[in-house]
Ligand binder design. Structure first.
Ligand code: IUR
Length: 457
């Protein structure tokens, strides 16, 4: 007989085992996760367990068991059998200006995939995909599994919030990790991300693991173990999992802030927009099309995604997704077919647009995303507490790209805000975000620095 979950003697022994660096068995991990969800594991015990895992780590087998148990702690989505090979999703570890999901989901659907994308909200300096979509009047991120299925049937993709029924264990563990200094644990991050993807019941997954000064990991090599852990555990869960390592020193694209990022997504969906945004959308999408058997190679898949952006098919699906998720047809049409000025009328514009000028001649060596994100956050674009309202119109447009030559007094950034005046500290932080050099102009480097493809079957 399994020890009763209420057995106070059982849990301390399991915590002690991990504390002393021993390996936990799958059945022990199951008891712990059930204790977390059922409430029989006390908050202090969960905190101690998290810290033991943070300090002692978990091997791939333990991480896999933890991911499986977390995924099974709630409802697992079910789909028609015929969809199975083409059910795909993407996850990013979080970046500034990262609006890739907004363009990628409809582009994948245009290429024949089903994309039940469950996204998050922004907390801290990175913006959340759901918050960006909610800057569109009427957009509803709360969709039941039944509604998701209907939207996937009609449109091919949806982007929704995580319902309470899905992976309740992650809700408990994630909120406690935040307050116990255990967020940066490889097995805990792996299990948290992959349990939610496993509950979506998808066939293929691509992960955009960011590195750089505005990412969780500062360097390519420090981010690689997370990418490897995600690919290894994801593959063992039966999901064809790939990872892309992409640089996150400067904002992705030229616009940061919720409604400004929707505007830039629309440019991308019209076949234009910044080169780095298109690079990430086509690379991540190309991997997925290859993984799910819709393309001969990742390169061929990238070509299919590029074609869906260029021929308007991804844009039409984006418009249909907006309507299916509550946006009035006239609003969806205005956003997807009108001029930028008319799009601003739909999304609104902040009261003040203020341009920052280059202090001297020079070549743009870099534009640091983190200080820009922090200033925007302080101007109301982000939240410090869950549930706090935010201002979707606050944002920044970069008027220059890395590698280009800049003249003294040339505008390099346009800030959109509603504050009476920019505080001196914020102005200084923004000025310091522009890195100028005496080097000759150069082509900006690619965002994608490495690709980890799934192991062969
Ligand atoms: N995103 C998640 O879903 N889980 C995590 O642990 C982190 C980011 I860090």
């Amino acid at each position: 007989m399994e020890p009763a979950e209420e057995d106070a003697g059982g849990f301390p022994r399991l915590i002690q085992k991990k504390r002393d660096g021993e390996q936990l068995q799958a059945a022990e991990i199951r008891r712990l996760v059930r204790g977390v969800c059922g409430g029989s594991l006390q908050q202090g015990q969960i905190g101690a367990l998290l810290m033991a895992v943070r300090l002692r780590g978990m091997d791939t087998g333990e991480t896999l068991a933890l991911t499986r148990e977390m995924a099974a702690s709630g409802r697992v989505l079910a789909w028609p059998r015929g969809w199975q090979p083409r059910l795909v999703d993407k996850h990013s570890t979080g970046g500034v200006g990262d609006k890739v999901s907004l363009a990628l989901a409809p582009a994948l659907a245009a290429c024949g995939c089903k994309v039940p994308m469950i996204s998050g909200r922004g907390l801290g300096h990175t913006g959340g995909t759901l918050d960006k979509l909610e800057s569109i009047p009427g957009f509803n991120v709360s969709q039941s599994p039944e509604q998701m299925r209907q939207i996937l049937e009609q449109v091919g993709c949806c982007i929704v919030g995580q319902s309470d029924e899905l992976v309740p264990a992650d809700k408990v563990l994630y909120s406690l990790r935040d307050v116990t200094a255990t967020v940066d644990s490889l097995p805990l991050i792996t299990a948290s991300i992959l349990s939610k993807k496993a509950a979506e019941n998808i066939s293929a997954l691509v992960l955009d693991v960011k590195f750089g000064s505005a990412a969780l990991y500062p360097t390519l090599e420090s981010a690689r173990p997370l990418a490897q852990s995600l690919v290894s555990v994801g593959s063992q869960l039966g999901i064809k999992t790939a990872a892309v390592l992409s640089e996150m020193d400067g904002p992705l694209g030229q616009r940061v802030g919720h409604s400004l990022e929707v505007l830039e997504t629309l440019e991308c969906l019209h076949g234009g927009g910044p080169a780095d945004l298109r690079e990430l959308v086509t690379t991540l999408g190309g991997c997925l099309l290859w993984q799910c058997g819709a393309a001969e190679s990742a390169e061929a898949g990238s070509g299919c995604i590029a074609a869906a952006l260029d021929d308007g098919s991804a844009l039409r699906i984006f418009q249909a997704m907006l309507q299916a998720q509550g946006v009035a047809p006239s609003v969806a049409q205005a956003l997807c077919t009108a001029t930028e000025e008319q799009r601003y009328q739909v999304l609104g514009r902040a009261r003040t647009q203020e341009e920052l000028l280059a202090p001297q001649d020079g070549t743009v060596q870099g534009i640091l995303a983190l200080p820009i994100a922090r200033v925007l956050h302080s101007l109301g674009a982000g939240r410090t507490r869950q549930g706090q309202p935010l201002n979707p119109r606050v944002g920044a447009e970069l008027l220059v790209t890395v590698g280009q030559r800049l003249r003294k007094d040339q505008p390099w950034l346009r800030l959109h805000h509603e504050a009476p005046a920019l505080e001196a500290g914020a102005g200084r932080a923004l000025r310091d975000a522009l890195l100028l050099s005496d080097e000759p102009p150069f082509a900006p480097p690619p965002r994608v620095r490495d690709l980890l493809l799934p192991p062969p079957p």
